[in-house]
Design a protein around this ligand. Structure first.
Ligand SMILES: Cc1cc2nc3c(=O)[nH]c(=O)nc-3n(C[C@H](O)[C@H](O)[C@H](O)COP(=O)(O)O)c2cc1C
Length: 330
């Protein structure tokens, strides 16, 4: 199996604008949508929820839900919209999500999940995949995880993305659930040993190319979330070091390449800040990073950002790496 690097689905982060921006940095990573609820796809504005720019591909559509019929229909619709994979969210621990019976609380209901996955697989030719956690509340033993995966595997699903910490349902906030339960990578490595025919992707707390290389010795792929959102240019290192790709755009070129997209989106009614907010971390770790952040928050990330400012961006980008100029320009 190929080594795979994915950018995690993240609500309010991995929208189509963020994905377009990330694709300018990396051609090889697999991108995911935010979780989209199958009921919303059934009843809502499908075009608004699902359309995306073909240049973002490959993109996986992540679904939330627990109705086999609605999930199956949503999978079919996702295929029609051109997505490359359909993923079921079995990892989100938020109270709202639990109330609606989807996300991590479904780990308690393997039979229902298997029914959902079987119907999804029957309705789409795309690969159907699962994103889940190693356990929940007091259920955190390897045997329970093994049995859960074994049940789901019987539906034909071949790819499992495992967030290597358990979900504390009802006790922790979503943010605490991303940080407090300890990471247990060994359980994910063991899954790969026990299910050699499955594609196992490891997720949680991965923040460097060295860590990625280490994980890739033990599993088939890695998924990174917050590190990419806060420091998107790590994707350039991933291109170089993991995919042996030397044709990397500089940070300046990335903004240059983003500008035509921004102008086109603005014509369609998108607000400047809806796109530029995702670029705040582009210069992370560089001299000039604070300057870039300040420039964006002052000019680009406010609601009424003036479209004319976009032509001004390149001058600022050229200056951004020069921290000593901070304070001399607005
Ligand atoms: C702001 C935010 C939103 C998230 N939204 C989703 C989501 O919609 N679906 C999902 O499966 N996981 C979601 N997650 C969890 C991430 O996909 C990922 O599993 C988690 O952040 C751990 O990976 P990391 O340590 O690399 O960030 C979200 C995480 C964050 C920080």
């Amino acid at each position: 199996m190929d080594r795979k690097v994915c950018v995690a689905p993240m609500m309010d982060c991995t929208d189509r604008h963020e994905r377009f921006f990330l694709r300018l940095i990396s051609k090889n990573v697999l991108l995911y949508t935010e979780m989209i609820v199958s009921e919303a796809i059934d009843r809502g504005d499908k075009k608004k929820l699902l359309s995306f720019n073909i240049r973002e591909k490959p993109v996986a559509l992540q679904l939330g839900g627990s109705s086999p019929k609605l999930l199956a229909n949503a999978s079919r619709i996702g295929e029609d919209f051109g997505y490359d994979e359909i993923n079921l969210n079995l990892g989100c621990p938020s109270k709202k999500v639990q109330k609606n019976k989807f996300g991590a609380c479904l780990i308690k209901e393997p039979i229902l999940v298997a029914e959902c996955l079987s119907e999804m697989c029957a309705k789409t030719k795309l690969p159907v995949t699962v994103k889940t956690r190693i356990g929940y509340d007091d259920v955190e033993d390897y045997e329970s995880l093994f049995n859960f995966i074994k049940t789901l595997k019987s539906t034909g699903v071949k790819t499992f993305i495992i967030h290597s910490r358990k979900a504390m349902l009802g006790k922790f906030t979503p943010k605490q659930n991303l940080n407090i339960p300890p990471l247990k990578y060994e359980m994910v490595y063991k899954l790969k040993k026990d299910f050699k025919d499955l594609e196992i992707i490891i997720n949680g707390g991965i923040s460097s190319t060295d860590q990625i290389k280490n994980h890739l010795n033990k599993v088939d792929g890695v998924m990174l979330g917050r590190t990419v959102y806060h420091s998107p240019y790590i994707l350039a290192d991933i291109e170089k070091e993991i995919f042996d790709n030397d044709k990397i755009s500089s940070r300046q070129e990335i903004i240059e390449n983003l500008i035509p997209y921004v102008k086109n989106e603005i014509k369609k009614g998108t607000r400047l800040n809806q796109i530029m907010r995702h670029t705040i971390g582009l210069f992370h770790g560089q001299t000039g990073s604070n300057f870039w952040k300040r420039y964006l928050s002052k000019n680009m990330c406010v609601r009424d950002a003036d479209v004319k400012k976009i032509d001004h961006i390149m001058d600022k980008v050229k200056l951004a790496p020069q921290a000593h100029l901070e304070g001399q320009i607005d």
